[in-house]
Ligand binder design. Structure first.
Ligand SMILES: CC(C)(COP(=O)(O)OP(=O)(O)OC[C@H]1O[C@@H](n2cnc3c(N)ncnc32)[C@H](O)[C@@H]1OP(=O)(O)O)[C@@H](O)C(=O)NCCC(=O)NCCS
Length: 209
């Protein structure tokens, strides 16, 4: 038994365009035929393209293709009965006290068919199954998340999120995102003290948190 000779890698089979093509029959978008599943690496390109299409206006935070691949196990996708990708979301786990809904997006042509709801329910089920006490997110579309009992909370209630993203964000002093959470909010002792770097602590104060 031996290894085969070295082969040249295949040429990329995907377009480098940022456009997110989408062609599907309206009947395929019926909520009954949509389903969620955990993402696999072969979904990373579609996930990346969809997220990228929502980053120019800061609706979603940028995720590189490499970042998506590295964290593919955090992603859930929604697809049609015939397996066409229409949306994605990720559950980022901070610990038993908190997880975050990240990178949730549905293709614009597939909106309002229940795909976003399927994604949120799938992530909430995953959090519950893992014994996570609270799920949070930052958003500008609070009305959508109202449907799932998320409530508006103070940014400082979600210090893990602030330390992970806000301290590096160019818009941290002009943030127009609303923090929301469902479940039991993290208690002060839930944040490992080792993560309070003095520089970050100063940033939190600057953020008036
Ligand atoms: C927000 C988003 C994920 C919703 O996905 P969707 O598949 O259209 O949502 P659903 O069809 O499951 O809608 C569920 C309910 O929320 C409502 N809803 C959907 N989008 C909404 C919005 N932007 N504002 C208010 N309500 C909304 C629907 O009308 C529906 O209500 P109903 O059950 O009373 O009819 C999708 O619009 C999207 O990808 N937006 C761009 C990316 C984004 O903003 N992500 C959130 C960043 S935190």
């Amino acid at each position: 038994m031996g290894l085969s000779p070295v082969l040249e890698p295949p040429s990329p089979s995907f377009s480098s365009s940022l456009a997110v093509p989408f062609v599907t029959a309206e009947s395929e978008l019926k909520a009954s035929s949509l389903h969620t599943r955990k993402a696999q690496l072969h979904d990373a390109h579609a996930i990346h393209q969809l997220i990228d299409s929502f980053t120019h206006d800061h609706t979603l935070l940028h995720r590189s293709h490499a970042d998506i691949c590295e964290n593919i196990q955090t992603f859930t996708i929604v697809e049609t009965g015939s397996g066409q990708f229409i949306g994605c979301a990720a559950l980022h786990v901070y610990g038993p006290h908190l997880a975050e809904v990240r990178s949730i997006a549905v293709h614009p042509d597939a909106k309002r068919h229940g795909a976003g709801s399927l994604l949120v329910h799938a992530l909430l089920d995953q959090a519950e199954a893992a014994g996570i006490r609270s799920v949070c997110l930052f958003t500008r579309v609070t009305a959508f998340f109202d449907h799932f009992n998320f409530r508006v909370v103070e940014h400082q209630a979600l210090r893990d999120k602030v330390l992970k993203d806000c301290v590096r964000c160019s818009r941290r002093n002009a943030c127009d995102e609303i923090a929301m959470a469902v479940g039991e909010l993290p208690a002060p002792h839930d944040l490992p003290s080792g993560r309070f770097h003095p520089r970050h602590h100063a940033d939190l104060v600057q953020l008036l948190l």
